[in-house]
Design a protein around this ligand. Structure first.
Ligand SMILES: Nc1nc2c(ncn2[C@@H]2O[C@H](COP(=O)(O)OP(=O)(O)OP(=O)(O)O)[C@@H](O)[C@H]2O)c(=O)[nH]1
Ligand SMILES: [Mg+2]
Length: 425
């Protein structure tokens, strides 16, 4: 129906010093001249991406990066900064060096990548001209660091790189996590509420809707999709109530009274929190909005850089919803400046996360699970509550508990945190 979204692809980075042959290997791997190759050191300035299918692994995203230097991490050069940012979202990385020049710098790179939980493969390139030292290879074997000797120009060793990917790819890519199928039994019926407002993309459904349909069908369940105003009629006409209703978060307020209390109801965004991040953690994070102590600085992080609908949610709906909720809670009208919402987009995510009282993330449909995990981790390490759009929208609409009811662990996490917050001032 749609192309595989970027966030579901295994992301593979090509790293190393300038002129190591990263772009040449990238092209040899892709079997296409995608990235510019030249003998001039520093040819690649910005990360270059190529989506492709790897046999028996499925969809991958290759990312060629700008060459790094020995003092790369000191000089703060913009292009090197971009290469480093790529590291945060990788599943796997090739660390590439000219075959006779693997050294301390490459080892540092391997360490950085392993710290980020990426799978690392050492690549000794240009073996048509240079030979690696036998002791080095022995050392790799001892440390169980997978390595390959390649020649990008002679196309040697490229298939070994592919084999390694399949061998070392994280489990989740071989067996994708479920969005909703895990809470359904076979033959159940799910109703989706998919409003087609002016923001809906022309001629198609948005990705979370498509992904949910696929997951429900994979579970051998039946799915009915309706627009908001048809919901009451469809529910009336069903002989048996559906096992679950999933609605667009924005229509939650309208949909909730139409769906009888005995029918579990949740939102697409909550399913995205489950698929990409950590639903219990996001549920617990929402408790901070309802806490008694003042809420001053909120970071709103958005994965897509060009999405008017998401932008509207992050920039308008959520700030307005939270201000309204806090005004009610504090029993006074909050001024616009009393809660500061800071917005970041794409792969930007601040290092000093402790400045914020709360992080609110979008559904992250364009991110892979690892990048989300890195972000969650960064907040958790600084004890900053983390939540997402769907959970916040449900919270502002006053239906959070209901939207979480199909996921008992998340509901419990919310109650636990709310109780803890109630004890603080
Ligand atoms: N002989 C030989 N030359 C190679 C090989 N791989 C790359 N080269 C050459 O090495 C030079 C640099 O290659 P690139 O692929 O541009 O290197 P890079 O690592 O992407 O360099 P930057 O990103 O620009 O820093 C080019 O002249 C390539 O033709 C190889 O396996 N053998
Ligand atoms: Mg290059």
């Amino acid at each position: 129906m749609l192309k595989t979204p970027k966030g579901l692809r295994l992301q593979i980075g090509f790293f190393g010093k300038r002129n190591a042959g990263k772009s040449s290997l990238f092209n040899a791997f892709a079997n296409q001249e995608v990235s510019i190759v030249s003998p001039v050191a520093g040819t690649t300035a910005d990360p270059v991406e190529k989506a492709m299918e790897v046999h028996s692994l499925g969809p991958v995203l290759l990312i060629d990066t700008a060459g790094l230097d020995d003092d790369a991490f000191l000089i703060g050069d913009l292009r090197q900064e971009k290469s480093r940012k790529v590291m945060d979202r990788l599943d796997m990385a090739f660390v590439i060096a000219q075959a006779d020049q693997w050294g301390k710098f490459e080892e540092e790179l391997v360490k950085e990548l392993l710290n980020r939980k990426a799978g690392v493969i050492a690549v000794l390139n240009k073996v048509d001209l240079f030979s690696p030292q036998e002791e080095l290879l022995e050392d790799f074997r001892k440390r169980q660091l997978p390595y390959a000797c390649t020649s990008a120009t002679k196309k040697l060793g490229i298939s070994l790189l592919r084999e390694y990917l399949v061998k070392y790819a994280p489990e989740e890519y071989l067996d994708s996590p479920r969005m909703v199928g895990d809470i359904l039994e076979e033959n159940e019926h799910v109703v989706l509420v998919t409003p087609m407002d002016i923001e809906a993309p022309k001629g198609r459904l948005i990705m979370p809707q498509v992904q949910a349909i696929r997951d429900i069908l994979d579970k051998n369940c039946c799915v009915t999709a309706v627009k908001t105003d048809m919901l009451a009629k469809v529910l009336d006409n069903l002989k048996e109530p559906p096992s679950l209703v999933i609605t667009d978060s924005q229509a939650f307020r309208e949909v909730a009274p139409v769906v009888p209390e005995n029918i579990p109801l949740t939102s697409f965004s909550i399913l995205m929190a489950k698929l990409k991040g950590d639903l219990p953690l996001c549920a617990a994070g929402a408790a901070r909005i309802l806490a008694e102590k003042p809420l001053k600085n909120v970071l709103v992080a958005e994965a897509c850089s060009h999405h008017p609908l998401q932008e509207d949610i992050g920039r308008v709906k959520i700030p307005a919803g939270i201000r309204k909720l806090r005004s009610k809670l504090e029993k006074r009208e909050l001024d616009a400046h009393e809660i500061v919402f800071t917005h970041v987009q794409g792969h930007d995510y601040p290092e000093e996360i402790e400045k914020y009282d709360l992080v609110i993330h979008c559904g992250a449909c364009t991110f892979n699970a690892r990048e989300m995990r890195t972000r969650i981790l960064r907040a958790a390490e600084k004890n900053v509550p983390f939540t997402n759009y769907g959970v916040v929208l449900a919270c502002c609409a006053g239906i959070l508990e209901r939207a979480l009811s199909p996921f008992p662990a998340a509901l419990e996490a919310f109650y636990r945190e709310a109780k803890k917050e109630a004890g603080k001032k």
